[in-house]
Ligand binder design. Structure first.
Ligand code: 3HC
Length: 693
C-alpha cells in the first residue's frame, strides 16, 4: 500500500484514507494506492462496507494538474473509478472541503455520498480547457438530469453541499462527518449495492432544445472550446449507454488536453499562484496591519476602502472637506449596497462591514494608521503635497503606499523620512471589483513592506503582481505600445471597427477604440499635451485622437469619440464626422489608406505588446514572463484561454513574433525597435515559458 493511502478497520467497516497534501490531488501515487486497496478489501471477508475519506483540508480536489504535461501514468483515473464502482461492497464517499473535478468523479464512482454541510462540489475542468474525463459528464447527468449537469459541466462553477443534495449528487448532509459516514456505512452494509443505471439517461429535451442550449454555451464561451465540447459529452449521456459515453468522453478529454487553449489555461492556473511568490519577496516578513487609512475618497479611494473593509481592515478615508468625506461614505455604502443586490453579501454582512469604515476631513486621523494608501488625483504636485503632509503626520514606521498608475513614486516622495516603507499599490478601477494590484517596488522598498502589500492584497481576494518602476508599470506600459500601434493602423487605413472586431474575434472583451471611448479621450489628451516637450520628435505621432478631442468629442460620455453613441446606449455606431476627420487627416499626412487583414492586425498588435514586455523583462521591471501574463489577464481582459501575451507568443512560436516585429520596425525604424530579448528568444524560436523559473 502507498503511504498516501491507508486502510483502517472498525466493526466490519473499512476506512480508506487519502493523505496527499495540500489538496489531496489524485496523482499517480494516490491512484495506485486506491487501485491496490480495492482487491484487498474485496477479499477481506471481515469488511462489509468501505468509507473513502481524506485527511487534511479537503476531499480530493481533482486530478493532479502537474501530471498533465508528462505521459499519462497508469492506473488511469477512469479505470480506477470503474474498479471502485464494480466493487461488490458498498463504498461511501465522505466529502469535505472542495470536492472538485476528479475528486467528484471518484465520489460518483462510489455507491453513496455523504457531505459535510460546508462542502463545495464542482466540475471545474472547463476552466483548464478540458472536460471531466473520469466519468463526470456521464455519471452526473444520470444522477441530476440534464439542466443541472449542463450547468455544472459547462460553467465549472461549484455548488454548495445543500445544492448538491437537491440535485441528487449527494445522499446525506452531515455536521459530524466522521461519525455520520460510519453510520451511513453500517446502514448500507450487507444490503444490495446501489448502482447507476448504465442505460442512456432520460430527458424531455428535444434535439432542437439541445441545439439551442449548445448555441447559448458557445456564445458565452467566446471562443473557448472546452465548454462546448463538455456540453457535447453531457448530451451523449442521453443517447449512449454508460460504457460508450465514457469512451467518447475519454476521446474528447485527450483531444482537449493537447490543445493550445488547455495549455494556456493550465499556465494561467499556475501563473496566478506563482505571481504571489516573486524572488524579491523571499526575504520579506509581512507586518500586522490593524488600522488602514486611505487618502482621497473619490472613485478609486472609495473602491480601495470598500475592498479593505470587506477584507476586515478597520479603515479611515481622509478627505478635504466634510462634504467630500460624506460623499466618500456614500460611495462605499453604494458599493456594498450593490454587492447585496447582486447576492454577493447579506445585509447583515454589509452592516458589519460598513461599521469598519470612518470618514473624516481631519488629516491627523492618519496618525494611528499602520498602512496609508494615497489615492488622490494622478498629478505629481498633488501627490507630493499629500506626502509632505504624511511626512509630518504619519507614524515614522507606518507603511506609505501610493495608488499611482503611471507616475514614478520616487518623484514625489523624496522628502519623506524612511523611504524603505514606501511602495506603489496600483489598483484597477473599480477597485472593489477588479482583482489585479500591481505592487510597485522602489529602489528603497523593504521586502517586509512588499510582503505586507501582498498579504493585504490576498486578504482583499486580489492577485498581486510585483512591478518595478517605469512609466505605466507593467500593464499600462504595454497598453501604451498596443494603443500606439492601434493608432498607426487606423491612420494607415484600417477602420476602428475592423481593428476592434479583429481583437474581439481574438477574444478581447472589447477592442482598443471602444476601450478608449469608454475610458474617455480627455485623459490621454492631457497626458500627451504634458509630454509634448519631452516626446521623441522622430517617433511617428498620430494626431487623430487629439483632433477628435479638439472637435469636441471625448468618447462615450459625450456621445462621440472614435464612434457615435445614442443616449443611454453603449453600442458603438459609426460616426460619419469622426470618419471624415480621419480621412482628412490621412490626406493631410499624405497617407494612401491601405488594406489590412484581420490576421495582420492581430499579429501586429500582439507583437508590439510582446516586444514591450521583452524590454520590461530585460529591465527587471517584471521578474518573469508569467507576471506579465497575469497582469494582462487579470487587469486588461486578455482571454484566459490564451494565457496572456507571452504564453500566446510561445503558442505562435517566438520566431514568428520576432518576424512580425522585425517587419514593423523595418517599416518605421524611428518609432519601433526590436527588443534585444525578443530577438534572443526569437532567433532560437525558444519559448518565453523557459524563463518562468
Ligand atoms: N493539481 C495539482 N496541484 C494543485 C491542484 C491540482 N488539482 N489544486 C491545487 N493545487 C496546488 C496549487 O497549485 C497550490 O500549490 P502551491 O502552494 O505550490 O502554489 C496548492 O495546491 C494550494 O492551492 P491554492 O493556493 O489554490 O489553495 P486554495 O485553498 O486557495 O484553493 C482549491 C484550493 C479550491 C482546491 C484550488 O486550488 C483549485 O481550484 N484547484 C484546482 C481544482 C481543479 O481544477 N480540479 C480539477 C482538476 S482536473 C481533473 O480533475 C481532471 C479529471 O476530470 C480527469
Amino acid at each position: 500500500m502507498s503511504s498516501t493511502v491507508t486502510i483502517t478497520r472498525q466493526d466490519g467497516i473499512a476506512v480508506v484514507t487519502i493523505d496527499n497534501p495540500p489538496v489531496n490531488a489524485v496523482g499517480q501515487a494516490v491512484r495506485q494506492g486506491l487501485w491496490d486497496a480495492v482487491p484487498v478489501l474485496e477479499e477481506d471477508a471481515s469488511v462489509q462496507a468501505v468509507v473513502l475519506a481524506c485527511a487534511g483540508r479537503t476531499f480530493i480536489a481533482g486530478a493532479d494538474i502537474r501530471e498533465f504535461d508528462g505521459g499519462s501514468m497508469q492506473p488511469w483515473l477512469p479505470d480506477l473509478v470503474e474498479r471502485i464502482h464494480a466493487s461488490s461492497k458498498p463504498w461511501i464517499a465522505a466529502l469535505h472541503g472542495t470536492v472538485l473535478g476528479g475528486g467528484l468523479e471518484t465520489a460518483l464512482g462510489c455507491h453513496c455520498r455523504i457531505a459535510d454541510s460546508r462542502t463545495k462540489v464542482g466540475l471545474p475542468e472547463v476552466a483548464l480547457g478540458i472536460l471531466p474525463g473520469a466519468g463526470g459528464t456521464q455519471r452526473a447527468p444520470r444522477l441530476t438530469g440534464a439542466a443541472a449537469a449542463v450547468q455544472l459541466v459547462t460553467t465549472g462553477a461549484p455548488i454548495s453541499a445543500a445544492q448538491a443534495m437537491e440535485v441528487g449528487l449527494v445522499d446525506r448532509l452531515s455536521d459530524d462527518l466522521t461519525a455520520d459516514a460510519m453510520t451511513f456505512a453500517r446502514d448500507v452494509a450487507g444490503k444490495p449495492v446501489p448502482r447507476l443505471d448504465p442505460a442512456p439517461a432520460q430527458t424531455d429535451l428535444t434535439a432542437d432544445d439541445w441545439d439551442k442550449l449548445r448555441a447559448e454555451v458557445a456564445k458565452k464561451a467566446r471562443g473557448q472550446i472546452s465548454p462546448v465540447r463538455a456540453f457535447d459529452s453531457v448530451r451523449n449521456a442521453f443517447t449512449m449507454d454508460l460504457a460508450d459515453g465514457m469512451k467518447a468522453e475519454r476521446e474528447i478529454f485527450l483531444e482537449l488536453k493537447e490543445t493550445d487553449q488547455s495549455k494556456a489555461l493550465r499556465h494561467a492556473f499556475f501563473a496566478e499562484r506563482a505571481v504571489g511568490k516573486p524572488a524579491a519577496l523571499k526575504s520579506g516578513t509581512p507586518r500586522d496591519i490593524a488600522q488602514l487609512a486611505v487618502i482621497g475618497g473619490g472613485l478609486m479611494g472609495s473602491g480601495i476602502a470598500t475592498a479593505a473593509i470587506s477584507a476586515g481592515y478597520p479603515t479611515t478615508i481622509v478627505e478635504q472637506s466634510a462634504e467630500a468625506a460624506q460623499a466618500a461614505q456614500d460611495r462605499v455604502a453604494g458599493n456594498l449596497a450593490s454587492a447585496v443586490k447582486r447576492g454577493k453579501i447579506t445585509e447583515a454582512t454589509r452592516d458589519a462591514t460598513l461599521a469598519l469604515l470612518t470618514t473624516t476631513d481631519d488629516f491627523n486621523a492618519v496618525a494611528t494608521a499602520d498602512l496609508i494608501i494615497e489615492a488622490v488625483f494622478e498629478e505629481t504636485d498633488v501627490k507630493r503635497a499629500v506626502f509632505d503632509k504624511l511626512a509630518a503626520t504619519a507614524r515614522p514606521d507606518a507603511i506609505l503606499a501610493t495608488n499611482t498608475s503611471y507616475i514614478d513614486p520616487t518623484s514625489f516622495t523624496a522628502q519623506v523620512p524612511n523611504p524603505e516603507r514606501i511602495m506603489g499599490l496600483h489598483f484597477f478601477s473599480p477597485a472593489h471589483i477588479m482583482r489585479l494590484v500591481e505592487v510597485v517596488k522602489t529602489p528603497d522598498t523593504h521586502p517586509d513592506v512588499l510582503a505586507t502589500g501582498f498579504v493585504m492584497a490576498k486578504k482583499m481576494r486580489k492577485v498581486a503582481v510585483l512591478s518595478g518602476i517605469c512609466d505605466g508599470f507593467i500593464g499600462n506600459r504595454i497598453l501604451g505600445a498596443y494603443g500606439r500601434m492601434a493608432g498607426y493602423l487606423l491612420e494607415d487605413g484600417a477602420s476602428a471597427a475592423q481593428i476592434d472586431g479583429a481583437m474581439k474575434a481574438f477574444g478581447m472583451p472589447m477592442g482598443p477604440f471602444e476601450m478608449f471611448d469608454m475610458a474617455g479621450l480627455q485623459i490621454g489628451y492631457a497626458n500627451r499635451k504634458r509630454e509634448a516637450a519631452t516626446r521623441d520628435p522622430n517617433r511617428r505621432y498620430s494626431r487623430i485622437p487629439d483632433l477628435i478631442v479638439e472637435d469636441g468629442a471625448t468618447g462615450q460620455k459625450t456621445g462621440r469619440g472614435f464612434y457615435r453613441y445614442e443616449a443611454g446606449n453603449r453600442a458603438a455606431l459609426p460616426s460619419p464626422e469622426t470618419d471624415a476627420l480621419i480621412a482628412a487627416e490621412r490626406a493631410a499626412q499624405g497617407i494612401t489608406p491601405r488594406d489590412f487583414t484581420d490576421a495582420q492586425i492581430v499579429a501586429m498588435l500582439h507583437a508590439v505588446q510582446v516586444n514591450e514586455a521583452a524590454m520590461i523583462l530585460a529591465e527587471g521591471v517584471a521578474e518573469r514572463p508569467l507576471d506579465i501574463d497575469v497582469v494582462k489577464m487579470m487587469g486588461y481582459g486578455y482571454p484566459r484561454w490564451r494565457g496572456g501575451p507571452m504564453q500566446q507568443a510561445d503558442a505562435y512560436g517566438t520566431a514568428q513574433v520576432l518576424a512580425t516585429m522585425q517587419a514593423i520596425a523595418d517599416a518605421d525604424p524611428a518609432s519601433w525597435q526590436v527588443a534585444p530579448l525578443l530577438r534572443e528568444v526569437g532567433v532560437q524560436n525558444s519559448p518565453f515559458a523557459a524563463r518562468n523559473k
